[in-house]
Design a protein around this ligand. Structure first.
Ligand code: BTN
Length: 247
């Protein structure tokens, strides 16, 4: 399988590094960026040390799913905007396979609470400067999670949600095309992206638990702000959060 064609029409990404097996496309992206410069794309058929947020393992068996990382410098976008943009573009790409997908704050793509796609964005910093960002995404395409005890309640694959043929190269190509379009026109698209992103937010006005900074807080998810932060409301008032994981 080759993903080379996916960058054929790309204006930003002229280099793609493909691996049959790699520890983690994010880790490899950091190594490569220091050697060859940015921007570029890394894709792997299998990850032996695929990582998720909060240092969790990202299940990455050979050939079943998509594991990729984009590396860019993005002076026009703030870090949280990059997260919003990426999850928005993944949402739109994957919604053409399953209309009812939603965003679970801050940037998961879910179907009825089960993860179809996860995003891990990391930065290389020098002092107070971000030298480049590493945007890793895993899209569950074919794995049958119903057979995997510890994941069956939390993950689901696109194949189980759609009648359409799932082709990993096509999904990746569609994602890259949309990503570039939105990224390059961010100033004019920003408003519209934010509106759509919020409209597709899961768990709004429901009671949630938020794990943030070592503590768990419960409350009603009342609002998502333009800067990507959320507002939780409980008996004692409203509180703003910029980081964490909700369930
Ligand atoms: C999460 O939901 O916790 C984020 C998961 C991110 C997984 C992807 S797979 C490609 C890239 N390489 C990694 O090691 N992680 C990301």
């Amino acid at each position: 399988m080759s993903f080379k064609n996916c960058i054929k029409n790309s204006v930003i990404f002229k280099k793609i590094f493909e691996y049959r097996e790699i520890s983690s496309t994010n880790d490899e992206a950091f190594r490569l960026a220091r050697r060859v410069g940015v921007p570029f794309v890394v894709v792997a058929e299998r990850q032996t040390e695929g990582r998720g947020r909060f240092n969790r393992i990202w299940y990455s068996p050979r050939g079943e799913n998509l594991y990729f990382t984009l590396v860019i410098i993005h002076p026009e976008l703030k870090f949280n905007e990059l997260s919003i943009l990426t999850s928005f573009v993944l949402l739109k790409t994957l919604q053409s396979y399953c209309r009812s997908l939603q965003v679970k704050w801050p940037n998961d793509i879910v179907h009825e609470g089960k993860k179809v796609c996860g995003i891990l964005i990391e930065n290389e910093v020098a002092g107070s400067m971000v030298r480049f960002s590493v945007i890793g995404a895993g899209i569950n395409c074919f794995t049958d999670f119903s057979k995997i005890g510890e994941l069956k309640d939390v993950a689901v694959s696109l194949k189980d949600l759609t009648a359409k043929k799932v082709l990993r190269e096509r999904i990746f190509g569609e994602f890259l095309e949309k990503f570039e379009k939105n990224y390059m026109n961010w100033r004019s698209y920003r408003r519209q992206v934010l509106r759509e992103w919020k409209k597709n937010m899961a768990l709004m006005n429901t009671k949630i638990a938020l794990r943030s900074g070592g503590a768990t807080v419960t409350g009603w998810l009342k609002r998502v702000n333009d800067d990507g932060s959320i507002v939780l409301s409980d008996g004692s008032g409203r509180r703003l959060f910029t980081y964490g994981e909700i369930s």
